[in-house]
Design a protein around this ligand. Structure first.
Ligand SMILES: [Ca+2]
Ligand SMILES: [Ca+2]
Length: 273
């Protein structure tokens, strides 16, 4: 027991045998009083003497420990609450992130599906073969016009078949034409885009330019046998034994490709399967 602690706690001094001094000796607080007043050391009280804090000193010494124990309980509870709140916050943020990612993925998947349906429902379907017309026959005959029938596949959205303009009769759509469908030609000698064409309502069609579900349109590439036809449009005319491709591109949906081959002898009218 230190001197300061003894003084603050008003200790009771004991001899080395632990027996309080009698009335004539140093007893209890008197011993401390003497000690405090004289600044005596324990050695002054005799060899082996020691001091105890006494009841009041014990209370004073116990006070901070009791307070510390109470504070420790409070701090422990607060820390636990902070940790729990931190867990809750982290879990909430994680959940929000997961849910947001899921909603985003769902939205993207839905857009992809609808986009695919739109594309599929805007497709053209070829009905039957290709009719080729020529203005001359024989092995040197030349094809002037191609004609075929199309339908709206899968009962999809209407396809606008408004014809292009060809004021200069070169067989190619003039710039500024309002056609939505583009027809292009390809063979080993030529590549020509946006040919002139007409689309006439056929079976089940009304009088507008829209190819709707259940309608058939007769599409003809070339204006007439004498002008605005394939002979005008192509640098090398389509003649015998030649493979060619027509690409019909609607404003939406897949491109319709038509591949055929001309025979070894050109007739005025040929049905190409
Ligand atoms: Ca033209
Ligand atoms: Ca129509």
């Amino acid at each position: 027991m230190g001197v300061d602690t003894c003084l603050q706690g008003r200790p009771i001094c004991h001899t080395k045998d632990g027996v309080l001094p009698g009335r004539r000796g140093l007893k209890g607080d008197q011993g401390l009083g003497l000690w405090a007043r004289t600044q005596a050391s324990p050695a002054d009280l005799g060899a082996g003497a020691y001091c105890s804090p006494g009841k009041r000193g014990e209370k004073l010494l116990a006070r901070p420990f009791k307070k510390a124990r109470r504070d420790q309980r409070g701090i422990t509870g607060l820390e636990t609450a902070i940790i729990l709140i931190a867990f809750v916050v982290v879990a909430a943020v994680f959940s929000y992130t997961v849910i947001s990612s899921g909603l985003f993925s769902t939205q993207k998947s839905k857009e992809t599906v609808y986009s695919g349906l739109d594309e599929a429902r805007g497709c053209l379907e070829l009905k039957g073969g290709i009719i080729a017309l020529a203005n001359s026959t024989g092995t040197n005959g030349q094809v002037t016009m191609l004609s075929f029938t199309v339908a709206n596949a899968m009962d999809g959205a209407p396809i606008d078949f408004t014809a292009p303009l060809d004021a200069d009769n070169d067989g190619v759509a003039d710039s500024g034409s309002s056609n939505q469908v583009v027809i292009s030609y390809l063979d080993k000698n030529n590549r020509k885009n946006n040919l002139y064409f007409t689309a006439d309502p056929a079976w089940g069609a009304d009088s507008d330019n829209l190819l709707e579900a259940g309608e058939l349109f007769q599409v003809t590439v070339g204006k007439s046998q004498t002008q605005g036809n394939l002979i005008d449009a192509l640098a090398t005319a389509l003649s015998t034994n030649t493979s060619f491709t027509l690409e019909v591109t609607p404003p939406h949906g897949a491109v319709l490709q038509i591949e055929r081959r001309t025979p070894n002898y050109i007739d005025s009218v040929m049905y190409l399967l």
